[in-house]
Design a binder for this molecule. Structure first.
Ligand code: NAD
Length: 428
């Protein structure tokens, strides 16, 4: 408690990246409210370990291309680092820092014994052949293998990566060790140590917290109108889980555009269409809409499940949903958040809403370490229990402290990490 608070702001990392800036601002707000020790606050503002790699890949035409990748471990006081790997052209070091920090809070909020990490490679995976994607993955895995491992840091899929990429990752790491190390990544295919239920976990989790939040607001999911932006891993599994709860998914979208049908879309049909056409656009019987129009549709629930910074000052006043559940990481900017609050639109924050993925990843890692696998109904039951408990913790804190759900979630998460840090002490 010896340093004045101003010293913290002076030595803060500077960033032009909006997601990193808003992640730091959310931490600062929680740290002030919790009256955190300035030294502890300072530790939490910085990533513990940052690795940047520039590595060559032999392309199909024989040329060599150099790619830049990152693996950043934000904090490991509560356990090994955990977080996905993103393949996207916009990946940069500050984005990865922000996402690594979000993982620390997410794992603490749902109370699983992990710290936070994130990785990424600046590339467009859709522009690479399967062979190029495999060579890029194996080289990147090798480059970052010096700081990953089942006891150190366990990657998983994120935007632009999938179970096949995790399989190559696990195989590469295992080749270097000389034996199969299944616990080094999660989100693997079931045949090589993946878990039942991982593919749908994030979407199922989104819908569990959507259901709990809707209940508080007197909205029944059955018959409710839902809109989902993004139709990848998170978006498509969220849409399917909504349908399973009896909700009507009236619009979905991907990077190429959106589709709308007021009576509700046949989501199984949209998935089949997407597998063939590579996009949801052109699905028979649905109207074409833009992503901007989709975000402004009248509906009960809106799940942004694509990219960050989608709900901004430019569109927040036109959003007509009653409840927003953040499937993506960082889809709402802080200014937009304030506008939504003024308009009494409830936002379930990303660190709670999309935590289903990391929870089931945790189950996968535990099963790999024990070489003992659970049935899917056990996974679903345990996922539900952890998420409902975390949701109730957040609602309880928000009522007690008169906070919105994001501020309450951050205070809970940051206080748990800070408490663990103080308990362990500063080495040496
Ligand atoms: P993904 O690559 O599987 O899917 C992303 C989807 O977004 C694709 O359908 C893509 O076409 C679409 N998209 C891209 N640009 C768009 C745009 N401008 N407008 C609308 N749609 C657009 O990625 P994912 O794994 O589903 O991740 C989506 C978000 O969820 C990311 O923010 C990620 O960090 C977060 N997340 C993912 C997981 C997970 O388990 N995969 C877990 C927690 C959070």
């Amino acid at each position: 408690m010896s340093q004045p608070m101003a010293a913290v702001a002076l030595s803060a990392p500077e960033t032009a990246n909006p997601l990193y800036a808003s992640s730091l601002a959310a931490l600062d707000q929680a740290a002030k409210a919790l009256q955190l020790d300035p030294g502890v606050w300072q530790i939490l503002r910085h990533a513990k370990r940052e690795l940047t790699v520039h590595f060559p890949v032999r392309m199909d035409n024989g040329s060599i291309q150099v790619f830049s990748g990152y693996r950043i471990q934000h904090n490991v006081v509560r356990g090994p680092a955990k977080g996905g790997i993103r393949y996207h052209p916009a990946v940069d070091v500050d984005e990865v820092r922000a996402l690594a920090m979000l993982m620390t809070w997410k794992c603490a909020l749902v109370n699983i014994p992990y710290g936070g990490a994130k990785g990424g490679v600046a590339c467009d995976p859709r522009a690479l052949s399967l062979g190029e994607l495999e060579r890029l993955t194996r080289r990147y895995a090798t480059e970052i293998s010096i700081i990953i491992g089942p006891e150190y840091d366990i990657p998983a899929p994120d935007m632009g990566t999938n179970p096949q990429i995790m399989a190559w990752f696990m195989d590469t790491y295992s080749m270097h060790r000389g034996y199969s190390v299944t616990g080094v990544v999660t989100g693997k295919p079931v045949i090589i140590g993946g878990t039942a239920g991982r593919a749908d976990a994030t979407g199922k989790g989104c819908v569990i917290v959507a259901r709990e939040a809707a209940k508080q607001m007197g909205i029944r999911l059955s018959g409710a109108k839902a809109v989902v932006q993004g139709f990848g891993n998170v978006g498509s599994s969220t849409a399917r889980a909504f349908v399973a709860e009896g909700a009507r998914v009236i619009a979905v979208s991907d990077g190429r555009g959106g589709i709308f049908r007021s009576e509700g879309l046949d989501i199984a049909g949209v998935l089949r269409h997407q597998r063939g056409a590579g996009t949801v656009v052109g699905f028979p019987g649905a109207e074409s809409i833009t992503n901007a129009e989709l975000l402004e549709l009248p509906c009960d629930l809106l799940v942004p499940a694509a990219l960050e910074n989608q709900i901004t000052v430019d569109n927040a006043r036109r959003v007509q949903a009653r409840l927003i559940v953040e499937g993506a990481n960082g889809p709402t900017t802080p200014d937009a958040d304030r506008i939504l609050q003024e308009r009494h639109i409830v936002v379930v924050p990303d660190i709670l809403a999309n935590a289903g993925g990391v929870i089931v990843s945790y189950f996968e890692w535990v099963q790999d370490l024990q070489s003992y696998f659970w049935e899917e109904d056990e996974i679903t039951r345990r996922l539900e229990r952890i998420l409902v408990r975390a949701f109730n913790d957040v609602i309880g804190a928000s009522r007690q402290e008169q906070l919105d759900l994001r501020a309450a979630a951050y205070e809970l998460a940051v206080s748990r990490v800070a408490e663990a840090l103080v308990m362990r002490g500063i080495y040496p």
